[in-house]
Design a protein around this ligand. Structure first.
Ligand code: DX5
Ligand code: ZN
Length: 219
């Protein structure tokens, strides 16, 4: 069984609090917070103020995914009592080691994401300082895209490395995952599945969440 982090990017922004509250009561593990700057990715989503407006509506921990250049500028803004992970992009950092220390010092767990075109070996020198690796299975920027199965060998790579080095980071996947294909990423060894559209647009959200995690009957 995997854990799940629904992405609020797919929520109804006109009634965000209500929609998030609804999803939080259905057996989820984290809330995935997709922050986009319109430069690192070709889309703008929302910032820390919107995330913080959810504080108290839910106690589900935040899994913050910063799709922004030079994320050091904003790390403190995203640290709250509800924040567990702050994930930055390998491709967006000049000095990843420094950024990881910065996240730790600010009081959050460290995450690093790699885009579909980035090879998994780029993180080899940083693995012991990473709490979560987020493998992108779509080009970051938009929800509702098609899952890229080039993410599967990357998940397997990080699983093998974790075993080889005796580490304990969480392996996550983000983009295009729903109940129809979640078994692929679970079989590859993923621990945490990010899902936006599949969960928020499901007719039966509870059933979709259980099926993605792999704890539904017949899943
Ligand atoms: C893409 C985001 C994802 C996205 C997932 O840039 O990082 O978290 O919202 O949405 P779906 O599940 O719809 O692909
Ligand atoms: Zn994301």
């Amino acid at each position: 069984m995997a854990k799940i982090a629904p992405s609020i990017l797919a929520a109804d922004f006109a009634r965000l609090g209500e929609d998030v509250k609804d999803i939080c009561d259905r057996g989820i593990d984290y809330l995935h917070i997709d922050v986009m700057d319109g430069s690192f990715v070709p889309n703008i989503s929302f910032g820390a103020a919107v995330m913080k407006s959810l504080n108290g509506i839910t106690t589900v921990p935040y899994d913050v995914h910063l799709m922004i250049w030079d994320p050091d500028r904003y790390i403190e803004n995203f640290v709250t009592p509800f924040t567990e992970f702050i994930t930055v992009h390998y491709e967006a950092c000049d000095d990843l080691a420094r950024t990881l220390s910065h996240i730790k010092e600010a009081g959050a767990k460290t995450g690093v994401s790699i885009k579909p075109g980035t090879v998994p070996e780029v993180l080899d020198d940083y693995l012991k300082d990473i709490d979560q690796i987020l493998v992108m299975s779509v080009e970051p920027g938009f929800g509702g895209q098609k899952f890229m199965d080039s993410s599967l060998p990357k998940i397997a790579y990080y699983k093998a490395k974790r075993e080889e080095l005796g580490l304990d980071y969480v392996i996550s996947v983000d983009g295009g995952v729903g109940s129809a294909n979640a078994h692929l990423v679970r079989d590859a060894g993923v621990d945490l599945i990010v899902a936006g559209s599949a969960v928020f647009k499901a007719a039966d959200r509870t059933a979709e969440i259980a099926a993605i995690k792999g704890c539904a009957e017949n899943a």
